[in-house]
Design a protein around this ligand. Structure first.
Ligand code: NAP
Length: 285
């Protein structure tokens, strides 16, 4: 079994991006990411901190706008419109989730797709359907999974891939990206009749649900590649994924740890999208 070491792959990517940022800075182009944070949800604060650290590591400029829980959809949209018009801003990210009174789809829709470094707008998601060549600003978590598989020379073409979880930000775009690369994909969700039958047949299982121990050793075949995207908190406060790492690692050919797997890759791909957006906006190929 080989560990898919997301921390190492992400650090390598950040080092490469730093070189790109340095060369942009020499041309007086200063990549900048603006993060909008609403409220003080501990998980959001922790994600924002990780993103800020990655900006510091790569030299991407960071601006954070904090709002109180009581913010309205229109107030957020007004802020985004101003950021869309600022030439010094290349990436805009609204840390999700936002409070209930805010209508998230309208907030996402307000972001200029050219600055949508989270890859959540319909424009950037829609482009992914065409081919890998059009995955310009893909959602960061699925992009991180693909990048990690590439790093370990895992070619998914011809593989049976089962994706567990069908959210708009992880499961669905990951399905599209794997399909784009020649995998035969099955996407499972809460209404799937027989989850085990679908994971058992798969060469590659990717799970993104948010339920501890959802995938157990009896649900995967020998030699499986297991990518665990889920993040859950154990009783002792430590993080774990959606699968039983201990027992599946004895059966798997490759497996991601949680933490240290997909999480760091997501952040690194956000940095990559910010650099890409900067280059696109400045018409640099
Ligand atoms: P989400 O929007 O809640 O989506 C969860 C998906 O899982 C839904 O499609 C849901 O189906 C499905 N599901 C729920 N119970 C299921 C079950 N018993 N069997 C099969 N499918 C089931 O969550 P998300 O935003 O995609 O995130 C999923 C997990 O990944 C969370 O733990 C999150 O923290 C983690 N995550 C990690 C990263 C990272 O960088 N590592 C990034 C993003 C998210 P229905 O829609 O039909 O209910």
């Amino acid at each position: 079994m080989e560990l898919l070491d997301g921390r190492k792959v992400a650090n390598d990517l950040l080092d490469t991006l730093k070189i790109e940022v340095d060369s942009l800075q020499k041309r007086d182009i200063l990549p900048k990411l603006v993060v909008i944070l609403v409220g003080d949800n501990p998980a959001s604060l922790s994600y924002v901190k990780q993103k800020r650290k990655a900006c510091e590591k790569t030299g991407i400029l960071w601006e954070q706008i904090n709002y109180d829980e009581s913010i309205t959809t229109n107030e957020l949209i007004d802020t985004i419109k101003k950021l869309n018009n600022r030439d010094d801003v290349h990436g805009i990210l609204v840390q999700l989730p936002v409070p209930e009174q805010v209508f998230t789809p309208d907030v996402i829709r307000a972001i200029d797709p050219k600055k949508d470094v989270d890859g959540f707008t319909a424009y950037n998601l829609g482009k992914m359907f065409l081919s890998p060549d059009f995955e310009d600003l893909p959602p960061c978590t699925p992009a991180g999974v693909i990048k990690m598989l590439d790093y370990y020379n895992i070619d998914v073409s011809g593989m049976d891939a089962t994706i567990v979880g069908a959210s708009n930000i992880v499961g669905k775009p990951l399905t599209t990206m794997l399909l784009n690369r020649g995998a035969t994909t099955t996407t499972c969700h809460i209404k799937t009749k027989d989850l085990k039958a679908n994971t058992l047949k798969a060469d590659l299982v990717c799970v993104a649900v948010g339920k501890r121990n959802l995938i157990t050793e009896d649900m995967v075949k020998d030699g499986v590649i297991l990518v665990d995207i889920g993040i859950n908190k154990k009783e002792d406060g430590k993080l774990c994924g959606d699968s039983d790492f201990e027992s599946i690692s004895k059966k798997a050919s490759y497996i991601t740890p949680v933490p240290g797997g997909v999480g760091p890759m997501t952040v690194a791909c956000l940095m990559e999208n910010t650099v890409k957006a900067t280059k696109n906006l400045n018409k640099i190929t």
